[in-house]
Design a protein around this ligand. Structure first.
Ligand code: BDR
Ligand code: CA
Length: 311
């Protein structure tokens, strides 16, 4: 049976991803990182969401408070000061465990034969773990990344936030040799939860109702910032292939992370000229990732709403 770690920075869409994953998968731990807010806030939010959704058995290990290089850039503009503004989830009485995220990942890789990491935040924890134990790569079955894009960015015109927040870390992960799935903005930013669906959540029970205010805050910020009429569920998309592999279509591509670039730092350069995993042709390098190119938006959003509305 596959075991999952969710590496995240909750974060509104992270919160939904945690709930969806917890309903369907064997989640053995949640690791947190700076990103949408400080490491203190993302860790607190993770604990609160897990307990609010009935997943008190899932441990939380806190990780990096900033990127490998430079200073932390947080996502207050979209997620508010707490990282989960608008939520009414009660405060959990738990704390993070006494082991950092990178060590938790390394230990889990020894204890679980088939370990998948769902990485929906800056990839600093993964990079630190790979640097701390270079043999880790051979013990991870797959990393499912929400990050990057084959087209536009959101942090900048070229770069998606999770990659832009720590390009050096993302580069280490993409070059690690671990099988990678990447679902980026070219797919995740094209659909989301609408006001109609949110109105249903406000009337739901449990975690759905407690997150409804948060998702309302997030939808309003998405509208004022990007003119979206929906709240993208970026991070849930990284969970979806393990729930229904038909809902997101991936294509094998070679991906590199731009760590320099006057205007393109943090960009994922996806070689769409065509390549095959395990093969090479004269035009392109060997694919190192399966990159999402299409999604069944209705099915994914319906699943997220159903999982949030679950008592
Ligand atoms: C990503 O950045 C964060 O704001 C979201 O949680 C998501 O992981 C989207 O660019
Ligand atoms: Ca996130």
């Amino acid at each position: 049976m596959t075991s999952f770690i969710i590496d995240c920075d909750p974060g509104h869409d992270d919160a939904v991803a945690i709930v969806v994953a917890g309903r369907h998968l064997d989640v053995i731990g949640v690791t947190t990182v700076f990103g949408n807010s400080t490491i203190e806030n993302t860790t607190r939010n993770a604990l609160n969401i897990l307990d609010g959704a009935g997943f008190e058995h899932i441990p939380v290990a806190a990780g990096a408070s900033g990127p490998l290089v430079g200073l932390a850039k947080t996502g207050e503009g979209i997620h508010g000061k707490s990282g989960l503004d608008g939520a009414t989830v009660p405060r959990s009485s738990r704390e993070a465990i006494d082991q950092d995220a990178a060590d938790f990942i390394i230990q889990a890789s020894h204890e679980h034969d088939d370990l998948v990491i769902i990485a929906v935040a800056p990839e600093t924890n993964l990079a630190i773990a790979l640097e701390r134990d270079p043999t880790l790569a051979s013990r991870v079955s797959e990393i499912s990344i929400m990050g990057g894009s084959t087209t536009h960015g959101n942090a900048t015109a070229a770069a998606e936030y999770n990659i832009y927040a720590d390009p050096e870390a993302a580069s280490i992960v993409f070059e690690s040799g671990i099988p990678i799935r990447m679902v980026g903005l070219n797919v995740t930013s094209t659909f989301g939860v609408t006001q109609t669906e949110l109105d249903r959540l406000h009337a739901a029970n449990g975690i759905g109702r407690e997150l409804a205010g948060a998702l309302q805050f997030y939808l309003d910020r998405q509208t004022s910032t990007y003119e979206h009429s929906y709240a993208p569920m970026h991070d849930t998309c990284a969970v979806i292939p393990y729930i229904n592999p038909l809902w997101i279509e991936y294509q094998p591509l070679h991906v590199v992370v731009e760590c320099a670039g006057t205007h393109t730092r943090g960009m994922t350069l996806c070689d769409t000229r065509g390549s095959v995993i395990g093969g090479e042709n004269e035009n392109s390098q060997t694919a190192n990732a399966k990159v999402a190119i299409m999604a069944d938006a209705d099915a994914i959003i319906a699943q997220a709403i159903a999982d949030l509305s679950h008592d």
